[in-house]
Design a protein around this ligand. Sequence first.
Ligand SMILES: NC(=O)C1=CN([C@@H]2O[C@H](COP(=O)(O)OP(=O)(O)OC[C@H]3O[C@@H](n4cnc5c(N)ncnc54)[C@H](O)[C@@H]3O)[C@@H](O)[C@H]2O)C=CC1
Ligand SMILES: O=C1O[C@@H]([C@H](O)CO)[C@H](O)[C@H]1O
Length: 308
Amino acid sequence: MQPIRLGLVGYGKIAQDQHVPAILANPAFQLVSVATQGQPCAGVENFRSLGELLASGPQVDAIAFCTPPQGRFALVQEALAAGKHVLVEKPPCATLGEAMALVQQTREQGVSGLFAWHSRYAPGIEAARQWLATRTLQSVQIDWKEDVRKWHPGQAWIWQPGGLGVFDPGINALSIATHLLPLPLFVASAELRVPDNCQSPIAASLKMADARHLDIRAEFDFDHGHDELWGIEIRCAEGVLRLDNGGALLSIDGVRQAVSEEGEYAAVYRHFQQLIADKASDMDLQPLRLVADSFFVGSRRLVAPFYD
Ligand SMILES: NC(=O)C1=CN([C@@H]2O[C@H](COP(=O)(O)OP(=O)(O)OC[C@H]3O[C@@H](n4cnc5c(N)ncnc54)[C@H](O)[C@@H]3O)[C@@H](O)[C@H]2O)C=CC1
Ligand SMILES: O=C1O[C@@H]([C@H](O)CO)[C@H](O)[C@H]1O
């Protein structure tokens, strides 16, 4: 079978760290072109814009979007209008309305779309989901803390409107929680701590629930120090499930469980390949809706200025 010819837009940190290695390791894909505004990608044709890539580059079947969320909507629209399958990094867009419009346009175009909630593909997630399916849930505690200087060095966009601040990593935890828990989640209250020289929060505390009043708390911190803390603890009547290292480690009642060894992005691209083969899409909006709702109901507290 012919490989899926892939273009990539935005050759920045995540494209270099994860996307390109995962694409190169998967024979179902052939990376043929890149559109980016920074450092070019070796070994393929590079363009300054998606428009140029589509107009004068080699033919592509699909495009992966790794630009910041602001401005991504117009780019993905352009690719869909050209009949390309799309893989969109998280968070899919700068607003919920834009993301909803992409879901509709993807359907209308009859192509495949993937909102790539990469943390859902962490090795422990599927086993956690299976274990939880037959348990009685009692409470959920999320702690998602990391150093923005380590994971987003010099990225001014993250502090600008639409950049999400600490919700950029926090949405990963929300994408896991919404994948594991059986009912939709609602934000009851939120405190957003915003540096007084930024537009987006550097820390946040959320209280959420589902329709059965499951108590779900989240603590997000983007100024946590070098060693990240990416943990989710789910208390059930039958025992306590913990995910650590962003879902790479799973334990139940303190006992480490065997999990898959596949990396997140290898699994993301395997899923994208299957969606294209099945003429299907996977464009879940719930994590972005929870972020939007946190901004709706959240109280803002100004905190000390942030300097990179
Ligand atoms: N930094 C990380 O560890 C991770 C980031 N992500 C997500 O990936 C996305 C990108 O993040 P990073 O790679 O960290 O950002 P980045 O700022 O390092 O890279 C963005 C790249 O997009 C390019 N770009 C911007 N606008 C463009 C346009 N219109 N056309 C072509 N290229 C354009 C920039 O030149 C830059 O190379 C964000 O949505 C982020 O949430 C996901 C997982 C991890
Ligand atoms: O999406 C993201 O993931 C983390 C980090 O790469 C761990 O997975 C990063 O802060 C955020 O943008």
